[in-house]
Write a protein that binds this ligand. Structure first.
Ligand code: ACO
Length: 162
């Protein structure tokens, strides 16, 4: 497990992260139109979704926050965000599978190993909660990054857009 660089901390996403999470996600894809109301509905929805054990959250959505250089407890802004969703399956004896989604490091903070920390943290959540595997889809330009995080390129993504 890689360590977070000095001056950052990780915590769960919060309702008041709206603007900063949006800023980070813009480095991944189009985010608008996302209203604060919709953002809050989604965060609150995630907080109600549990696995069959009734206590493990199905959505784990951490943010990495930049801390103030002098007052180390003070948060400056969200630097990165990512999601893992745990899917309950029938195959493999009714096992669970983790899906890593929507990884975004704000451009100001790319190259500082925040992405790698995030992937390790999301992977650990899935593993600690019994998943037999974790999967993700990515652009070919990011394959090298995921390989650095120990992921293996093993399939082709198929999709149909609406
Ligand atoms: N290709 C090859 N290697 C890479 C790449 C890349 N695109 N990006 C980083 N690396 C390498 C780094 O050089 C580093 O190598 P090292 O350990 O040998 O020094 C290692 O991977 C870890 O790099 P980080 O510093 O952790 O990378 P960063 O924090 O910049 O995060 C990320 C990488 C997530 C791709 C970031 O640049 C980003 O947010 N990009 C825009 C949004 C995006 O493409 N997100 C991923 C979408 S896929 C998904 O969501 C499932």
């Amino acid at each position: 497990m890689s360590n977070l660089p000095e001056g950052f901390k990780v915590r769960n996403i919060q309702l008041n992260d709206f603007e900063q999470v949006k800023e980070a996600l813009k480095f991944l894809t189009e985010v608008e139109p996302l209203t604060k109301e919709r953002y809050e509905q989604v965060i609150k929805y995630w907080e109600t979704q549990y696995l069959m054990d009734g206590k493990t959250l199905k959505y784990y959505v951490p943010v990495i926050v930049k801390l103030d250089d002098t007052s180390k407890e003070k948060e400056v802004e969200v630097a990165a965000v990512g999601t893992v969703v745990i899917e309950q399956k029938l195959i493999h004896g009714g096992a669970t599978l983790g899906h890593i989604e929507d990884i975004a490091v704000n451009g100001k903070y790319q190259g500082l190993k925040l992405g790698k920390f995030l992937i390790n943290d999301l992977t650990k959540y899935a593993k600690d909660n019994g998943c037999y595997k974790v999967t993700l889809y990515c652009d070919p330009k990011n394959v090298g990054f995921y390989e650095k995080c120990s992921y293996v390129n093993s399939s082709v993504e198929m999709h149909l857009k609406f």
